[in-house]
Design a protein around this ligand. Structure first.
Ligand code: UGA
Length: 324
């Protein structure tokens, strides 16, 4: 199959691209290498896949790149690109969220209407669409009520994705990822920040009292979910949770991390941040029923892998650029 992966230099996009080429597929990866976080992090993400003969990289902005020719002969589209960051989505940067998460998604959907070959389009949605859900584990029938502007844009894009599925029969599916972690995780997310701090003896800043609960989902399990839905016939526009299935507080994750690192963390409890929900927990039974997906990586194993990566064991030290 030929796959288009947007956000290919991102955390999920780079892992997914590597899995696809390793499975024998051809991948066109697109990424604008925006500077929301350190672009060297994205350069390192790309090292997972950049040298592979079945991978082509296009460094362009999806807001202006001509998309119709790109989609002409593509079988699968994995739309992983977007403006991330729950806590930073307030204020004047909101325009970036509208552009990157909503406008670009609509542009991609319109272009896909011209493609004669696409058999699957997967959208990287988010547990943040639920906000502070009243029911846990939360299933897809619960009314989404985002608590952050970021969540609002992800929900809007997800609705567009479903709408183009039902209206134009595009083979769309949205996967609501629950806090994805593992090697390559974004530098603004909790486990990357915590691992770096614990390894360098710096203080860890916890937002609020650390009792907030997350359903953490390991990167390989998220990639597997993408592959399974790509291979499956599905009702257009369907939405499914991708959730690790555990409910762990931030304080508990720090305990696990401290045991894995063999070091005591120096924790500073800071103010709770607007947009940060108290609890997430996904009901993964729909995805399991349809595809047989089950999360395979325990939080302990996954955290150990992330810690090893943070300690620099994952990447060869001489590889610092993707372009020679
Ligand atoms: C994550 C991603 O950042 C979003 O892009 C994604 O959409 C979302 O998951 C999702 O599941 O939908 P979040 O759950 O906030 O959002 O993930 P982390 O950044 O890893 O934070 C986890 C918890 O740790 C949060 O409660 C956060 O407040 C806390 N945290 C984070 C800290 O206490 N200190 C930090 O330095 C960073």
């Amino acid at each position: 199959m030929k796959a288009l992966v947007t956000g290919a230099a991102g955390f999920v996009g780079s892992h997914l691209s590597r899995r696809l080429v390793n499975d024998g597929h051809e991948v066109v990866g697109i990424d604008s290498i925006s500077d929301y976080y350190d672009t060297q992090h994205k350069v390192r993400n790309l090292q997972r896949v950049i040298d592979h003969e079945r991978f082509t990289f296009i460094e362009e902005d999806l807001g202006s790149l001509p998309l119709i020719p790109l989609l002409e002969d593509v079988d699968w589209v994995f739309h992983q690109a977007g403006q991330p960051g729950v806590r930073n989505s307030w204020g004047e940067d909101f325009g970036n969220y509208i552009q990157a998460n909503i406008q670009v998604t609509q542009r991609l959907l319109e272009a896909a209407r011209h493609s004669p070959t696409i058999s699957r389009m997967v959208y990287a949605s988010s547990s943040s669409v639920y906000g502070d859900a009243e029911v846990h584990p939360t299933d897809e029938a619960v009314l989404p009520r985002p608590r952050s502007p970021y969540g609002v844009t992800k929900l809007a894009a997800e609705h567009l994705w479903s709408l183009y599925g039902t209206q134009f029969n595009l083979p769309t599916v949205s996967l609501r990822y629950f806090t994805v972690y593992g090697p390559g995780q974004r530098p603004d997310m909790a486990f990357t920040r915590f691992s770096r701090a614990i390894l360098s003896g710096q203080p860890i800043h916890v937002y609020g009292d650390g009792t907030q609960v997350r359903d953490f989902t390991y990167i390989d399990d998220v990639v597997e979910a993408n592959i399974l839905v790509a291979e499956q016939g599905l009702e257009p526009g369907i939405v499914m949770n991708v959730a690790g299935g555990g409910f762990t507080s931030v304080n508990e994750t720090l305990q696990l991390l401290s045991e894995a690192a063999g070091r005591e963390p120096h924790i500073i409890y800071a103010e709770k941040v607007a947009g940060d929900v108290k609890r997430t927990g996904g009901d993964g039974s729909l995805l399991r029923k349809i595809t047989g997906w089950v999360p395979k990586t325990s939080l302990q194993e996954g955290l150990e892998a992330q810690l090893r990566w943070a300690a620099g064991e994952e990447l060869a030290p001489d590889k610092t650029r993707f372009a020679s």
